[in-house]
Design a binder for this molecule. Sequence first.
Ligand code: S3P
Ligand code: PEP
Length: 743
Amino acid sequence: MAEPAVGRLVVVGVGLIGGSLALALKAAGACREVIGVARHEDTCQQALELGIADRAVTSLAEVLPVLEAGDVVFVAVPTLAVESVFRELRDHLPAGVTVTDGASVKGSVVEAAAKTWGGVPEFLVPGHPIAGSEQSGASAARDDLYIAHRVILTPLDGTSGEHFQRVERMWQAAGAEVLTMPVREHDEVLAATSHLPHVIAYGLVDTLAHDSENENIFRYAAGGFRDFTRIASSDPTMWRDIVLANRDAILSAIDLYTANLTALRSAIAAGDSDTLMGIFTRAKAARDHFTRMLAKKAYTETMQEQEVTFIARPGGSVSGKLRVPGDKSMSHRSIMLGSLAEGITEVEGFLEGEDALATLQAFRDMGVVIEGPDRGRVVIHGVGLHGLQVPPGPLYLGNSGTSMRLLAGLLAGQSFDVTLTGDESLSKRPMNRVANPLRDMGAKIDTGPEGRPPLKISGGHQLHGIDYRLPMASAQVKSCVLLAGLYAEGETSTTEPAPTRDHTERMLTGFGYEVQRDGARASLRGGGKLRGGRIDVPADISSATFFMVAAAIAPGSEVLLEHVGINPTRDGVINILRAMGADIELLNRREVGGEPVADIRVRHAPLTGIRIPEDQVPLAIDEFPAIFVAAACADGETVLTGAGELRVKESDRIQAMADGLQILGVQAEPTPDGIVIQGAGAGAAFGGGTVDSLGDHRIAMSFAVASLRARDTIRILNCANVATSFPGFVQLAQRAGLSLAEE
Ligand SMILES: O=C(O)C1=C[C@@H](OP(=O)(O)O)[C@@H](O)[C@H](O)C1
Ligand SMILES: C=C(OP(=O)(O)O)C(=O)O
């Protein structure tokens, strides 16, 4: 058997915190013996009866002489009683024994140590298990209290590695996750997240209890009261000690909260519905985010920790009427323009995917009141072109290139400084393509090394219009420059080498902002106004593509994709698949809010390899991973050129697809600006195997579709980011007929 994590455990204070550690270590066989120390004889008796301690004594001095190196003393008494325990330890602690504690404030423990030993001794490892509850006492102790809870250790410079590791191992043996933090940071974080809520809960219940109507108040108190005030049942001595010990940090937290409560009061008094909605929607978003974090589903850093593997079983066909989620490009722009407009903008069909949500959160962080999203409906309370406020910190844009590049344009003309950051993939993508033209307009922008994020934008620089000739076909660059143009003196124009998606131009026009368009050139003059209105976001043709390709390649398939945006700057996938022989019909064509929309019917038909016309590349730029899957199923060779841009998307999509296709037995040769794929014609086109999507949503979904024509199961790694553009993909794919599961 492995060595126990600690020798003897002496628990000074056998309440909820100390008793639970003792029970957990005993259950895990992680200590040789537990000695309980309590002030009263009957508590000692109780600790023995509950199986918390093997021995229990009322005096610490009694047990110290028997301790030896490797043993641990855990001080689990109220914060202000820690010092008296330290004094008892001072002269009688045998060498090599580790001392740690569980107090909620660490600064006062360090002070107590300094008073006792003249400094923090090397054997003291201050710690704080974040697992308390409103219950207290030995009878509340449980052996599973710490499982999956965090314990913060705050070692100091003089803390010895050996003692630190012993305490770390001890908590891990109890099932906890151990982190470290400086003392001061710990106390500030806890003041805000734990101590302030306790103060408020005690204060609220005390206020209501003093009310002459209190009996009735408590009688009618509903779930809200119960949820909000549970912690007012916590141990008063413990909390008195905590607030006295962490005075300064708690006072700062109370001041911040009081200012906010005063603002809330004024808004209620003034009937200021916008401010109220602002506070409530921001709070709801933050609380929901916290809930998702707990469930490990948040879009921020936590998402990267989540491993999602797709298991796609071979064969089958697809059928049915399907509505894929809203268009990502339009969803981003609806939030941006809606926020900068005057008045209310109501959006229907908004994409509730992580990318568009990152844009939404960025504007919330800049003070815009945004209701929803609720089943695709979002209501934006526009603040006007000059109404954005300084965000509280960097704007984190997750995986979304569109958010970062378009926001760079919008923010270059603001009066405040702002930093834009992103996840690992976004942090590798080129940003000089937007930073350079913005600098030409007079903006001050710093990037990370080699023009990568973060982008640091300095406010207060007056922009002037430029005539910008784009070096590459990019709607993001075009949109960035035009959006900066809203803030520039004079005229700003862009000229693109090939047509790219024109949602920015269309939506600006829809918001009543004049945009001149003449062939490849688009221009506008700064200083105008946007007027809020209604936006109907159609289904995203880029998401519909996966089902178009699925139906095209799988014999016996027929799908109807409803209400899909078929803007002529986005329809390359239809043209390319049709040129390969796909059976695609556009039904019920109509125009919705300035954008062409149709239902798309696709039936299986044999495909033939083609040389993809270069003028189609920008019109199908996001659809190539799926088109490569179609090419692998077609009869003969497909050649793509002029698509070097694919190398700077969420992954290098040429390399990522070539690697995966080769693993699945397809002859696919990458070239600097494209790929050459030898298609299989009829029958299975792919073997089976494990491919890596590299965290790129479109690569992940493309290989899932390939399974329809595979001989064996395809495992696809790193699929969590499918949620950036296509939440619910797995469920919809299953409904359509794919045999797809998440692992
Ligand atoms: O403007 C947009 O909404 C987008 C433009 C394209 O990027 P580029 O402009 O980099 O080609 C596209 O790949 C991206 O998914 C969305
Ligand atoms: C390239 C894409 O998005 P973005 O550039 O916004 O990250 C995409 O969705 O395929």
